[in-house]
Write a protein that binds this ligand. Structure first.
Ligand code: ZN
Ligand code: FE
Length: 256
């Protein structure tokens, strides 16, 4: 299915805001609600009225505008069942494997514990769209605040099971810093080097680095390639489990 329109914009210091709009019904969802004014501006630019908020996790920079937007538009807020008590204004709690309908478009919930214990991603299989928030970034992933590396690796593996042409929107414009770190883990990776040059050119031209795709991240992100022999050799972890290599990469990024 096609026909959904997307408006991507920046909010706060480095968050992305995303609006998802179905022209036939007029339904419009905000993926998270980082900040009210940029969302109002984006709605005004497109002439859309907000009907839904899809909340991925409880962090302040993802839910700050929930109550203000609910008061203004009477939106329905759909969010993670495993941290529902921390989501302001939540109307509908959803968990792993749940499916619901957005204006005729099937939405699947993929639970990805790691960054937070209850973090969810919203996947629209027929539209080939994934809203990954702070689970998967371009050349990166969210910090492990509430669950250990092994759990996050399981979560990322679920996203890696999606088709390569899945378009991925994510929560923060951290891509330049992620790229600078990525080359320290995979200094000889040709695909990564090409990608870094592309990213630098996009940012120099004032473009967003979102969205990305599962295929691009699968080929270039060190966080998604703990099985790569060159990365393992570089880290001296030839015989470790994938999740252990992933955990080492995440720990190095924390200290980068
Ligand atoms: Zn977060
Ligand atoms: Fe965030």
């Amino acid at each position: 299915m096609t026909g959904l329109e997307i408006e991507l914009f920046r909010a706060r210091s480095d968050n992305f805001g995303v609006l998802l709009h179905d022209p036939a019904s007029g339904s419009t969802a905000s993926i998270d609600a980082p900040e009210e004014q940029p969302i109002l501006d984006a709605l005004a630019r497109r002439g859309w009225t907000l009907t839904d908020i899809f909340t991925t996790h409880h962090h302040h920079d993802h839910v700050e505008a929930n109550l203000a937007l609910k008061a203004r538009f009477g939106v329905t807020i759909t969010g993670p069942v495993n941290e529902a008590d921390k989501i302001p204004g939540i109307d509908r709690s959803v968990g792993d494997g749940d499916r619901f309908d957005f204006a005729g478009h099937p939405v699947e919930v993929i639970e990805t514990p790691g960054h937070t214990a209850g973090h969810i991603c919203f996947y629209l299989p027929e539209d080939k769209l994934l809203f990954a928030a702070d689970t998967l970034f371009a050349l990166g992933c969210g910090r492990l605040f509430e669950r250990p590396a092994k759990d996050m690796w399981t979560s990322l593996s679920k996203l890696l099971a999606l088709p390569d042409d899945t378009v991925v929107y994510f929560g923060h414009e951290y891509t330049l810093s992620n790229a600078k770190f990525a080359v320290t883990v995979d200094p000889d990776g040709a695909a990564l080097r090409d990608r870094v040059r592309e990213i630098e050119a996009m940012l120099a031209a004032g473009k967003h680095t979102a969205p990305t795709t599962i295929g691009v991240e699968r080929r270039t992100s060190p966080f998604l390639r703990p099985g790569d022999p060159a990365i393992r050799k570089h880290l001296g972890m030839e015989n470790a489990e994938d999740w252990e290599v992933f955990g080492e990469i995440r720990a190095r990024k924390d200290a980068f």
